[in-house]
Structure formats: C-alpha cells, structure tokens
Design a protein around this ligand. Sequence first.
Ligand SMILES: Cc1cc2nc3c(=O)[nH]c(=O)nc-3n(C[C@H](O)[C@H](O)[C@H](O)COP(=O)(O)O)c2cc1C
Length: 175
Amino acid sequence: MKNKGVIILGSSRSNGNTHKVVTFFKEKTGFDLIDLNSKNIGEFDYNFENRNDDFIPLIKQIVDKYEVLIFATPVYWYAMSGIMKTFFDRISDCLKIEKETGRKLRGKSMGMISCGADLELKDGFSMPFKESANYLGMNYLGDVHSWIEEEEIPKPVQSQLIHFIENNIKTVDLI
Ligand SMILES: Cc1cc2nc3c(=O)[nH]c(=O)nc-3n(C[C@H](O)[C@H](O)[C@H](O)COP(=O)(O)O)c2cc1C
C-alpha cells in the first residue's frame, strides 16, 4: 500500500491509549501520523481571529498530500475529544476563508477509530464523522472501536483493525 493516508490523532495525551492503537494501525498501513495535541489550534472564531495559528497550514498540507484521512479519537464523555471537535469546527474556516482548500477535501476518504474504556460505543458516536464526510463530499470508509487492556491492544481489537484495513481501506485506489 502506498503512503497516501494519514492518521489524525485527537487525544489529550500524545502517548496514551489512542496513540497505542494508532501505532498498530500505522505499522499495518504505513500511513503518516499527525498529533493534534502537538499543534496550536484555537477554537473556531466567527471573525477568524485564529487564522494565523497551526490550523490552516496543517489542513493545506493534509489536502495536498493525502487521499485517506483516519480520525483517531478517545471517547471523552460519550463523544469525540475536544481537540478533535475543535479540528472539525475549524474546517469551517475552509468554507469561508480557505474555500480552495475546502474544495480539495471533496472525493477524499475518511474513516474513524475510537478508543474508550467501555467495550462498546453508545449509539450516535460515529454520526458527526459520517455526516461531516457527507457534507464535505468525502467518502466514509467506516469505523472501528478499540480499547486497551493491561496496556495492550486486545486480540479482538487487533483483528477488527486488520479487518478494517483489509476490507475498507485497501479498496481505496491509493495511487
Ligand atoms: C475526560 C474523559 C472522559 C471519558 N469518558 C469516557 C466515556 O464516556 N466512555 C468511555 O468508554 N470511556 C471514557 N473515558 C475513558 C477513555 O476513553 C479511555 O481511557 C481511553 O483509552 C483514553 O485514551 P487516551 O489515553 O488517548 O486519552 C474518558 C476519559 C477521560 C479522560
């Protein structure tokens, strides 16, 4: 598989459980990894006061370099992390002041990996990802829920990640 995919990690700790899961995923796919926790990305602002922070250069790099975007988020209070939500909110910059960049998202693919303490996700967790993909003209590849047991990725989670890579990601034409 050619390296045209990127994992966008949205955990509040760079080396926590979600990072453990994405490291496995990265090894299996060769995808690059972007850690949002290491970036300075402010909240969405209607006056675009945060336009000079890390968001716009980062999204430009993502749209120019990658065809597949995998959002990896811990489950915090039954939802995506705040860092991840802020990243999605800032995509609104691309609908107003960075329209050309926003248009480049069309036709790309998006998937999602969640990492929680519970073995199951509550209904609706994946909806914002699916609907955002739909709104942005992106293809939704599906999602995998993960968790960590005794510092390790349990075998069933490993199997689901491999299944997701084989069946949902390798079907994308990565040139
Ligand atoms: C603020 C906060 C809220 C959490 N809420 C949930 C939750 O609603 N459901 C759940 O299964 N786990 C919840 N957890 C547990 C984390 O999802 C779990 O420990 C995850 O592996 C953390 O990943 P991280 O190390 O990348 O942050 C929460 C943890 C934190 C810190």
